[in-house]
Every structure is written in C-alpha cells, then in structure tokens.
Design a protein around this ligand. Structure first.
Ligand code: SF4
Length: 311
C-alpha cells in the first residue's frame, strides 16, 4: 500500500470513528434531555464554556440538536475569564466568532480572591468553583437565561457519588437537573449519560483549542483524583462495571436501603412484597421500573438530523 493509500485509509477510519462518536453523543444527550425534561419550548439556555473538552463537546452537541429538536430554544455560550496568570483570553472569542451563536465573556478576577484566602499549597478548586458558580448564576439572570447547562458527564457523576459516600457519609451524586440553593436558577447537565472517554476522543478528533484548568497551579483535588484512579482501574479490570453502577443510580430502591426518611420502615405492614406495597406504608414510591434511557418520539425527533448529517 502506498503512503497516500495508507493516509486515505487512516482518514476514512477516523471519519467513521468520528461519525460513530458524534451519533452516540447526540443520542445520549437527546435521551438525557427527554428523560429529565432538561430543555423545553422557549428555554434560553446559558451554556457554560470553560475551554475544557467537556464544555466544547456539550456546546457542539446542543447546537447540533437545536437544529432538529421538536422544541424551539435558544443557546447562549458564556465563558468566565477568572484572570488566572497565562489564561489565553483570545482563544474562546476566536473560536466562538466562527459559530452562529450569541456569546459573552465575563471578566472577573476571582483568582486574586482565591489566592488571598487559601493558604499556599492547599487546593483552591473548591472556593474557585463556588465563586465562579455564583458569578455565572447571577449573569444568567442578567441575560435572561432560565437554564444553565454544565458539562459534567456520567463519570463525573459517579465520581461524585463515591466522594460523597467515602468522605461525606451520604448517598448522593450530581443530578442531571437541579434548582440552585436560592431557588432562582435551574442547572442542567445534558452530558449526564455520556462517557468521559467518548467525550475525550470526540474532542481530540474535533481538535478543539483546549484551555487547561490548571493554569492557576492549583493542586489537584486529591480525593477526587484517587477515586478517578480507582474507577479507571475497575474499568480496565471489570469492563462494564461503570455502566452498571450508573444504571444502579437510575434504579434506586428505597425499601432496600436504610433511610427511614425515604421509606417508612416503621409503618411497614404484612402484604408488602417485591416493592409493591399498601400505599399507606410507603412514603416515597418504591419503583422497580428500569429508568434506563429509552427512545421516545421526542428523542427520535431530536435524532432525525443524525441520519441526514452523517455522511
Ligand atoms: S484548577 Fe484552578 S482554575 Fe481550575 S477550578 Fe481549580 S482553582 Fe479554579
């Protein structure tokens, strides 16, 4: 095979791989939107763009679904320049200028605040993220966005569940949709069903101008890093385990846990079996339904464009 034929074969395989990934990501985002009603008619969604692989991918997939969605909604891309030394402030405007999208760059020096409050050598990500979140939530109000899309994916959600179990004594993760503590903002996570490795590969094939999140020189959150390592090790040794864990998060059976606030163990009566109870004895309905992503007509409509656009 000549060098040119080699290159052509390589390009053909890359294109096939890219199309497959794009199709899968579109399907998973469509399923999450449908399952959790993340986006509705008339929504104005602020898409938070950090410059990392996840947020670039989220923006791309949402923009592509917007064209074929059964509902009309607006997308507004927003980046926050936190004034970390070395932040390449020209990259995102240059990227966004090429897209047909409204966008804003918020400039706010939270870097100096974080540096002045957190002692040298300690992880600054916690405070940094809180300050960023506060600013972004306020900005969403200013520009009339009723939803805020964040680029957390399935692996982030599972990591958070383990972090909370190991260090917080709580069985909770990162929900695909939530209302902020002050009740004003609705946060959505359209990548909730997407795998990090698919996003990473998609972002690489797209060649996004990634901006690393460690320009500030912060120490990595060691607890999160060790959970990530544990999960990656499991993924290698027990393929499918992560999928199963995520499925478990979507199939919670309160009657088989031990939280008396979720299930009325004291009031449990004879006759209760297999998750079906006399309604008086159940505080929160125990369901055995599989809350697995199912294609509904709405998703099929979100999906229509796939077949047309994937050449
Ligand atoms: S790595 Fe730096 S910029 Fe990123 S969240 Fe942590 S403190 Fe903030």
């Amino acid at each position: 095979m000549t060098a040119q034929a080699h290159q052509e074969e390589f390009d053909r395989k890359q294109k096939l791989r890219f199309n497959k990934l794009q199709k899968r990501l579109r399907r998973e985002v469509g399923q999450a939107i449908e399952a959790f009603n993340l986006i509705e008619e008339g929504d104005r969604v602020m898409v938070c763009l950090s410059g990392g692989k996840d947020s670039f991918t989220m923006l791309e997939i949402l923009m592509s679904l917007q064209k074929s969605a059964p509902v009309k909604f607006d997308l507004v891309a927003v980046n926050m320049d936190q004034k970390q030394p070395g932040f390449p402030e020209h990259i995102l405007p240059a990227y966004l200028d090429q897209l047909d999208i409204e966008y804003h760059i918020i400039e706010k020096d939270t870097y100096s605040v974080v540096k002045s409050v957190i002692p040298e050598g300690k992880t600054t990500c916690g405070l940094c993220s809180r300050l960023r979140r506060g600013t972004l939530y306020g900005f969403a109000d200013e520009i009339g966005c009723n939803k805020i899309a964040l680029g957390h994916h399935r692996d982030d959600i599972i990591e958070t569940m383990f972090l909370n179990m190991f260090h917080g004594g709580k069985l909770k993760a990162m929900p695909p949709k939530l209302v902020s503590d002050d009740g004003k903002n609705m946060v959505i996570r359209p990548l909730a069903y997407a795998r990090e490795k698919d996003i990473a590969e998609f972002a690489e094939l797209k060649g996004y101008p990634i901006i690393p999140c460690n320009l500030c020189g912060s120490q990595e959150n060691l607890q999160r890093a060790s959970i990530k390592e544990m999960l990656q090790d499991w993924d290698k040794r027990f393929p499918g385990r992560i999928e199963t864990m995520f499925k478990a998060m979507c199939n919670v059976v309160p009657s088989h846990l031990a939280d008396e606030k979720l299930f009325d163990f004291k009031g449990l009566k004879h006759g209760y079996a297999h998750g079906i109870a006399d309604s008086d004895s159940v505080l929160t309905l125990t369901t055995s339904h599989a809350h697995e992503p199912q294609l509904s007509s709405g998703v099929q409509q979100f999906e229509k464009i796939d077949l047309q656009n994937l050449s």
